[in-house]
Design a protein around this ligand. Sequence first.
Ligand SMILES: [Fe+2]
Ligand SMILES: [Fe+2]
Length: 259
Amino acid sequence: MYMSFFETAEKKRRWSVYEDIPWDRLNPSVYDEGRAMNVETFCGVELYLPDYLGQGVNLVRENFGRAWFQANWGYEESKHGLALRMYLLKTGQRTEEQLRNLEDAIAARPWRLPWDTPRRMTCYGAIQEASTLLAYARQMEDAQGANDEVLATIYRLIARDEAAHQQFYRAVLKLELEEHRHETLEDLALVSVGFRMPAIDLLPDSERRVETLRMHNSFNRWGFFLKVWMPLLKLLGVSRQEFAEYQRRAIDQTRDKAS
Ligand SMILES: [Fe+2]
Ligand SMILES: [Fe+2]
């Protein structure tokens, strides 16, 4: 599975922050502070890469496919952060100093793995990559609507990578399900109950950031259900009723643990 993921990535999906973004078409008349704030937020989330990568790869180091996926995944994610960072600087919507402050704030508050088993992290990855894809697709529409061609291109390239990441995690999850159906559904339910997007709450001004994302059409619960959960359950061949049963048990379990 990893080799076919890698082959497609190498042959069809590689892109360059230097060659594939139309930097000569920057248009200051379309800039907007809310949109720039969203770029900064996504950039911040992507800048947590050293934590995602370091902790993630250690968890799966004994599994060739998973470990090498992490390495390749890290390269792709690093371009996401760089492209967004370059956009903010080249458009003059943020200065080097402002970005350094953001990077310092990120370095000061490490992200920790939300789960400590490979299978739970697979569940998390499947949901997280799908949510990220949805968020970038929404931001792309927002940038297109505002005629920000450069930003729309960046979001499109990133979204294509996120779609591939989502597909990989879903495929691994499907395998897990085929081998250990009950345990995998237990894990997926547990992860779903407490799911949050990574690192946003660690960024400075996180509440304002979430609010600004909402204003630009990201984080809509119905969209999350429709675009993240429905397709995942369908692919796994799990009915909503069956999964709801597992979720109910996971909520009870979480509550028992807390009390
Ligand atoms: Fe990304
Ligand atoms: Fe991703």
